[in-house]
Each structure stands twice: as C-alpha cells, then as structure tokens.
Design a protein around this ligand. Structure first.
Ligand SMILES: C[S@@+](CC[C@H](N)C(=O)[O-])C[C@H]1O[C@@H](n2cnc3c(N)ncnc32)[C@H](O)[C@@H]1O
Length: 261
C-alpha cells in the first residue's frame, strides 16, 4: 500500500508541476489552454519523477501514459456515467491490484503438468488468489486424489470461479489470503507479484507444518534460495519456485544465578 501511495504522490506532483507551468504560460498569452499539450507535459513530468525515484520500468511507463490517456478518455463524446461504469467494472475484476499489487492474470496450461508432478498423494492444496479457477479446475481433473481449495477477494473472478467449481470437489472461498490460516495444507501454490512474497513466506513458515511445500510461479521469495526449480527453466514466467517449510528452531536461554557462600 505504501508503494501505491508513492505512485499517487508522484502523479499528483507531476500534475501540479504541469499546471504550475501551464497556468502562467497561457495566462500571459491570454490564450486558451491546450489540453493535449498539458496532458503530455504532465505525463512527461511524471515519467521523469518516476525515473528519478527509481521506480521499476513498468511504473515509469504507466506514469508516462496516465495523464494523456485520461485526457483522451475525457474527449470521448459519451456520458461520464460510462467512465464510472468502467471504473466499477475494473474494480470488480482487479481489486487485488489495489490492496496487494496483484492483478488478475492466469497461470496458463504450461505449468499444470510440472505442478501436478510436485504435489504429494492426496495432499490438501490451496491456491492463494485463485482467480477464476483456471488452475484448480484442470488440476482437479489431472489429479482427482487431491483436496483442492482456492481463495480470492476480487468480486468478479471469485463469482466466476464460484459458478465454475460445482461438481469438481474444489472448496471455493471468499476473502483475503492474509486472514486465511495456512495450517493443514500440505502445499500452497501462488501466482501473485513480487510485492506480497516476503510477508506470505513468513506467514507460511508460522502456520504450515515443516516439510510442507510452498510453490510460487514466476515470483521468488526475496533473498531465499528455492529448494527446487520446476516448470520452464530459470527466471521465466513459467518457473515454479519450490520451497520446503523449514523446521522451527527452538532457542532456550538459561540464566544461572550465582551460587552464594
Ligand atoms: C495472478 S492471479 C492468479 C490466478 C490463478 N491463481 C492462476 O494461477 O491462474 C492473482 C489473483 O490473486 C487475487 N488476489 C490478490 N490479492 C489478494 C488477496 N489479498 N486475497 C485474495 N486474493 C487476492 C487476485 O484477485 C487475482 O485473482
């Protein structure tokens, strides 16, 4: 969320900068504002600020295009209600992008076989951020012995998944994965983004039984060597990073009182 707030601040600063330049410029010429030029100026400023702040390249690209696209959208000869509707629809689908920086995109069929091969017999498996069930449904057909569950908190994907799973044996849950206990799962699968990985790993280590599997597609846990790589090669969108939950180390400190006399 902190990172997202940073992007809002960058955009706001760029728009403020563009208006601060445009206002005296057009006022002194007593001329009409050129909306396209101001939007381009705001986009360019946002891009430079994002570069200066060392944001990842894709944030820089979003900053560059944001103001010009907003301006273009406002030129469309349609009722403003359509903009509201589009916003509402995007929110229903991509809610996860707001809270966790995890939008909806699908795992794809290529990792199904390598994933199925990793999962122990009759294991309880959870897909964290299960989307529309596009991973769990084919997995349930490939490995009918597994007990599969999925959880998601984006309304539309969750609803589509809910309508698709009956008859598959998949348990379909609504909610934020941060509030869902991982206790009792022998394997947890996720395809999210770099943003929540560290916190998720710490949660898995607290709640899962040592020796259970934590499998992340495409996004490794920062600073931790995976126990195994599966899927397609290293560092690709189809790499499965496989971690075993480590044993908890119990540390006991004994304090000896000095023996008097
Ligand atoms: C990249 S998609 C993966 C979909 C599916 N697991 C697959 O592999 O095809 C990530 C999903 O995580 C969901 N998500 C993001 N943040 C979440 C959260 N805090 N709790 C539950 N689901 C979340 C998003 O709504 C999205 O559907």
């Amino acid at each position: 969320m902190q990172r997202l707030a940073r992007q809002f601040v960058l955009q706001a600063a760029a728009v403020f900068l563009a208006f601060s330049i445009a206002w005296p410029f057009y006022a002194l010429r007593v001329a009409e504002w050129n909306g396209a030029a101001v939007a381009l100026l705001a986009g360019g400023s946002a891009f430079l600020l994002a570069r200066y702040a060392r944001e990842p390249w894709w944030w820089q690209a979003i900053h560059l295009c944001f103001s010009p696209l907003v301006w273009l959208g406002l030129q469309l000869p349609i009722s403003p209600l359509w903009h509201l509707l589009a916003f509402f629809l995007l929110f229903l689908i991509f809610r996860g992008a707001l809270s966790e920086q995890v939008p909806l995109y699908l795992s794809g069929a290529r990792i199904l076989a390598p994933l199925a091969a990793l999962l122990p017999e009759r294991a309880r498996v959870l897909d964290i951020g299960a989307g529309i069930g596009s991973l769990l449904l084919p997995l349930s057909r490939m490995r009918p012995d597994l007990h599969l569950s999925g959880i998601d908190n984006a309304p539309l994907p969750w609803l589509i998944g809910r309508l698709r799973v009956p008859g598959s044996g998949i348990t379909w849950r609504w909610g934020n994965f941060r509030g869902h206990s991982l206790d009792g799962y022998q394997a947890v699968y996720c395809f999210l983004s770099p943003a929540p990985m560290q916190a998720l790993w710490e949660k898995a280590c607290r709640e899962m039984t040592p020796g259970s599997l934590f499998i992340s597609k495409a996004f490794p846990i920062p600073g931790r060597m995976p126990d195994m790589l599966a899927g397609r090669g290293e560092d690709t969108i189809d790499t499965l990073y496989v971690y075993r939950i480590p044993h908890r180390v119990a540390v006991s400190i004994r304090v000896f009182a000095p023996v008097s006399g």
